[in-house]
Design a protein around this ligand. Structure first.
Ligand code: DGL
Length: 268
């Protein structure tokens, strides 16, 4: 069991913000990644649709015999509770707890912003979790409906993404937060743009990175870390447009991390 891969899934490139940190903090682990690019963006779908897509994604990872499944997606984590999933037999990690805990630990003023997909913001899952731990926290939540599609189509370093980000972030700046949760795992890919607009005084919480650190803690606790000594390998599966995925992945994961994704039918 220990030497089986970690299964990570998202609607697209977003979960790579988790993979990026996994490659760093657990370099010996194998990873099976699924990006359901054909059906993205999940954040503009109904809760029923998000739930069905999640079950399909998990079935796909189950067929690849993974030891742990990670919903590296804020939309799924906020809208699909583990109780609704009847097809999981391995430990499951999502983004909510690690992201919220780190935000509360880092924030001094407890004025916290949340940016995420419309479905995540509508669920108010992250906001409610923060309030359940600290009822005095002041929270502003802003949906960013265009970010995911822009990022998936490679707008990660241009005027269009900057103008869009300025528009979404203006209310957060006015609210005077000291901490901003990037509650969609796609958003860390444009954290350089968000940082430029928010300034250095605001702590950005990368939900993908925090989830990877949680995966490490869970594997350690369950004694499921790999026993292999060689470098792990990562396999990337997508449900459409391998080229677009590979291009964004290469830029985001950095030099030497060439991604060659494999096109799959989710039912395969
Ligand atoms: N990375 C997903 C998230 O964290 C994006 C969802 C989408 O496809 O809209 O919410």
């Amino acid at each position: 069991m220990n030497n089986m891969a970690i299964g990570v899934f998202d609607s697209g490139v977003g979960g790579l913000s988790c993979v990026k940190e996994l490659l760093n903090c657990l370099p010996k682990e194998d990873i099976v990644y699924l990006g359901d690019t054909l059906r993205m963006p999940y954040g503009l779908k109904t809760v029923d649709e998000i739930c069905q897509f999640t079950k399909d994604d998990i079935d796909f990872l189950n067929r690849r015999n993974v030891k742990l499944i990670v919903a590296a997606c804020g939309t799924i984590s906020s809208n699909v509770s583990i109780e609704k999933l009847d097809n999981i037999d391995v430990p499951f990690v999502d983004i909510i707890n690690p992201t919220v805990n780190t935000a509360l630990n880092k924030s001094k003023t407890k004025r916290i912003g949340i940016i995420a997909t419309p479905a995540t913001i509508k669920s108010d899952c992250i906001g409610k979790r923060i309030k359940s731990i600290d009822s005095n926290a002041n929270i502003i939540s802003i949906p960013c409906p265009d970010f995911v599609t822009l990022i998936e189509s490679g707008h990660i370093n241009d005027n269009l993404i900057e103008i869009t980000a300025k528009n979404y972030l203006s209310k957060i700046i006015d609210f005077n937060v000291d901490t901003l949760i990037l509650g969609c795992t796609h958003f860390p890919i444009i954290s350089h743009v968000i940082r430029k607009i928010m300034g250095d005084g605001v702590t950005l919480i990368d939900s993908g990175k925090e989830t990877a650190l949680e995966i490490k803690r869970v594997l350690q606790k369950l004694d499921l870390l790999t026993t292999t000594t060689s470098d792990g390998k990562a396999e990337y599966f997508v449900t459409s447009n391998t080229k677009a995925f590979d291009n964004v992945a290469k830029i985001f994961l950095g030099e030497g991390k060439n991604v060659k994704s494999i096109l799959v039918d989710i039912k395969e």
